[in-house]
Write a protein that binds this ligand. Structure first.
Ligand code: CU
Length: 138
């Protein structure tokens, strides 16, 4: 009886460890202002779990980050945000003046190289608000 209970506890311990195991996601802070992302080049590795911490540090304008990369993975978004899709089909996360949001995802196994992102609000991209994810093998 005691042996059975001990075994049960052991199994529960393994199950719990399995659920909580895994490295914490890497947090990358991204500042959004008129009209730039900082940093504008973001290095990612395929299969890596990351959190983009989007901080709108602008006092006047809302911004978003729209990228085709977001179409190839599942986004978990927290904070104060809106989500949507641009006219040409890229998913975006929108953050209003002074707000912040966290976008957590696993970097998809797209071809290594650059996948661009833009702010699709107004003419922000034309005014320089662009950047790129640099995706590398694991
Ligand atoms: Cu913008």
């Amino acid at each position: 009886m005691v042996r059975t209970m001990l075994l049960a506890l052991l199994v529960m311990g393994w199950v719990t460890a399995g659920v909580t195991a895994g490295p914490a996601p890497r947090v990358i802070r991204v500042s959004l202002t008129s009209f730039k992302f900082e940093p504008s080049l973001i290095q990612l590795r395929q299969g890596e779990r990351v959190v983009l911490e989007l901080v709108n540090e602008d006092t006047q304008r809302p911004h978003n980050i729209a990228s085709e990369l977001f179409n190839h993975t599942e986004l978990v978004v927290r904070g104060e945000f809106r989500q949507g899709t641009t006219a040409d089909g890229r998913r975006f996360v929108f953050v209003d003046v002074g707000k912040r949001a966290e976008v957590e995802f696993t970097v998809p196994r797209v071809a290594a190289g650059q996948v661009g992102f833009i702010c699709s609000v107004g003419q922000h991209a034309a005014q320089g608000m662009t950047g790129a994810f640099v995706v590398r093998p694991p």
